[in-house]
Design a protein around this ligand. Sequence first.
Ligand code: FES
Ligand SMILES: [Fe+2]
Length: 389
Amino acid sequence: MNVHANVSFRSSEPVDPVKVDRLLARGWNLPAEFYTDPGIFALEEQVIFRRAWQIVCTERELLNPGDFVTTQLGALPVLVSRDEDGELRAMVNVCRHRGKVVQDEARGNCRAFTCKYHAWSYRLDGSFRGAPSSETLHKDELGLLPLSVGTWKGLVFVAIEPQQDLMDYLGDVPRVMAENGSHFDFSTASGLSFESDLTVDIACNWKAWVENNHECYHCPSVHPTSLNAVFCLGKEEFRTQAFKGGMYLSAPFRPEIAARFGVAFGTPDAQKPDLEQYFIWPNQFVATTAGHADAFFRIDPIGPDACRVVTWTYGKGQKMDEDTRKLIDVAFDEVVQEDIVMSEQTHTGMRSGAYVPGPLIPGREDLLMHFQKVVWEVLGPELRKREAA
Ligand code: FES
Ligand SMILES: [Fe+2]
């Protein structure tokens, strides 16, 4: 009989800041609690997501007075509109009467927002407009709660409790984009055409999915006939950068891609990589494939054990060409499914109480080291405060 008396499984120990400092200094992974603990998840909602500017839609969906888009940022229902004066507005999409979601359609155009429950009504800027039998109400205090809204490159961002304006928040992302010659533009003037949006629920922590998106160490083993057959993802070709506010990665197509898919892809500008992806802290991306399709996506935290990935894809020109369509289909149908299996099974390991943090691989997982350090820079001081209290 073999007895391994030196294996001790953790159950629900509080995070030890000294241990986390030591792990990250060595380039090792964060402890499992960061991916499973409801207390850490609640802290993330408070100090990461409430402060974040998050992409909710494009300006092209809000061109005219009365245009609106609804979404959900974590648990918060959000409504964005163009008001009568042409101002962009963002507000909490929760009725001030009894709390029903006010506008329950995803997008559209209307003259006012009317809650279907008891017919309370709000103007396009969120101010209270009227309600049945409402003579005695103090109408000034009953508007929908306002949120901060801003735009960049045709994208509309919303923040709940921002600590800085949008451009400061984006940090070095615009500068690095300019230096790399990456031309993202989701405005009407860009000529992009909306192709699809896709929502995928995944049974893992939101950080695990962010991390999965930032290394291709796993690509030969997980995506041998999908992603790895399309792009050159080796150490030399898979380029990465980390900077204030974001991260970047790029890769070129494989020369033999035409044979793999029976189509001919090519980058219009041979100097540009075929795949480019910019990450904007803490959970969102803009990406382009060979200058044919641009996309943005957001990873919504649902709970410590679940996240939701929402992706919007745009074709360039009037209609996405068939070749690009095939590429995108492969990306979503095969690559995402392959990644889901890995991430969900990793989450099973994280939840087991038996995961002892292991090392990240220099040169292959550098962006994960950076991301985990940023997570710890935000959460660490809060956890230390709690420890001291
Ligand atoms: S909850 Fe909206 S009108 Fe009553
Ligand atoms: Fe992957």
